[in-house]
Design a protein around this ligand. Structure first.
Ligand code: GN1
Ligand code: MG
Length: 364
């Protein structure tokens, strides 16, 4: 069956019985596959939804994952009545998914919006920071015990390094020799990169409900006024550290270039972007932070960047099994870009720390 037919069939199982017009592939995310499906309603007006094919190699227990995000989206929806919110559709037997063979499908409302991969506009960046900070706060009263860990040890940097070392040792795709330099760099910064994980293990950083994948393209902005409407991609909402959300957001949004830019000399952290994003994020969260969280917030950006570099490089060494790649060597390009960014962050760490303090002083 072709994809057109397949998507139509999935939509019907989600009880959408209007006239199916077709689908568009949405370039979104490196793990799941996303389609916008378009319908014509009985009155002739158009209506769209998003259908995703969940990557079950990454998410080993997608049913538990759907239980998480159904609870989380409904929790958030109840806090913003009358406003745009994410909502998962159900099948006739009240399931939020359709399984067919190896495919795991889900469906949400489609929100007319714009997203950004790269943006320099300070107002948009501040709005993004605010949206992720607000997201944190909306879930502050969500019971952590209700959440299944969709990817165990997702931001456990010690475990990420172990996995990385296994990939180096096994050298499945025979590529280790060509990336010696990158391997050595990542090993040389291991202890610093594992700082958040270690502090958490020592009980010095509190667990919160975090998003864990705070790329700015996971915020949907209003097409006219650029206000942030919803935070999407909730697959990795799990117990985590505040630095995971702040650090990953900066890693992505404050880089001068996109995360897979082959021109590594251009990679680096833009302190102006850092400042406005931090302003927005901290305007929501500052009053709840512990001193250790504040102290490690700037460092968290380096941590998340180095961690992702180990993940991209490990996947390159394994033969590109986890991340969707667009061309051979894509994972290596990504890893190199993250390494260049991590190095620049270390150079600018004192300034980043100073900005965090300034934003906190302005917020509380
Ligand atoms: C993956 O699929 P996407 O783009 O939302 C990954 C993140 C990485 C990101 C890097 C579940 O996110 O952890 O930071 O790629 N998500 C998962 O682009 O592994
Ligand atoms: Mg994601």
């Amino acid at each position: 069956m072709d994809l057109h037919e397949k998507l139509h069939q999935v939509c019907k199982l989600f009880r959408i019985n209007d006239e199916f017009l077709g689908y568009e592939t949405i370039q979104m995310g490196n793990v799941n596959r996303t389609y916008k499906v378009n319908f014509r309603l009985a009155d002739g007006s158009p209506k769209s939804f998003l259908v995703q094919n969940v990557n079950t190699y990454a998410f080993r227990n997608p049913i538990a994952l759907m239980d998480n995000i159904d609870q989380v989206t409904e929790h958030i929806r109840s806090k913003k009545p009358g406003q745009v919110a994410l909502h998962f559709h159900h099948t006739a037997d009240r399931k939020t998914y359709v399984i067919d063979g190896d495919n795991f499908w889900r469906m949400t409302n489609y929100v007319r919006s714009i997203t950004y991969n790269t943006v320099k506009d300070p107002d948009i960046l501040r709005n993004a920071g605010k949206a992720f900070g607000e997201f944190q706060m909306q879930l502050a009263d969500f019971d952590i015990a209700q959440l299944y860990e969709t990817i165990p040890n997702f931001h456990n940097t010690r475990k990420r390094y172990e996995t990385f070392l296994t990939s180096v040792r096994e050298n499945k795709a025979g590529r280790a020799e060509e990336v010696r330099e990158e391997i050595e760099y990542l090993l040389s910064v291991q202890d610093l990169a594992c700082k958040l994980t270690d502090l958490n293990a020592e009980g010095k950083l509190p667990l919160r409900v975090t998003h864990n994948d705070t790329k700015i393209n996971n915020v949907l902005f209003h097409p006219e006024d650029n206000s942030a409407m919803v935070v999407i991609d909730l697959d990795t909402v799990m117990p985590g550290l505040i630095g995971h959300d702040f650090g990953d957001a900066i890693r992505f949004a404050a880089n001068f270039v996109e995360e897979d830019c082959p021109d590594t000399e251009k990679a680096g952290v833009d302190l102006e972007v850092f400042r406005v994003f931090a302003e927005g994020f901290l305007s929501q969260t500052a009053s709840t932070l512990t001193e250790t969280e504040v102290e490690t917030l700037a460092l968290s950006c380096f941590v998340l960047t180095a961690e992702l570099a180990t993940r991209f490089l490990a996947d390159y060494l394994d033969g590109d099994l986890y991340f969707n790649t667009k061309y051979p060597g894509h994972n290596l390009v990504r890893a190199r870009c993250q390494i260049a960014l991590a190095k620049d962050m270390l150079r600018k760490m004192p300034e980043m720390e100073k900005i965090v303090r300034e934003c906190i002083a302005a917020a509380v």
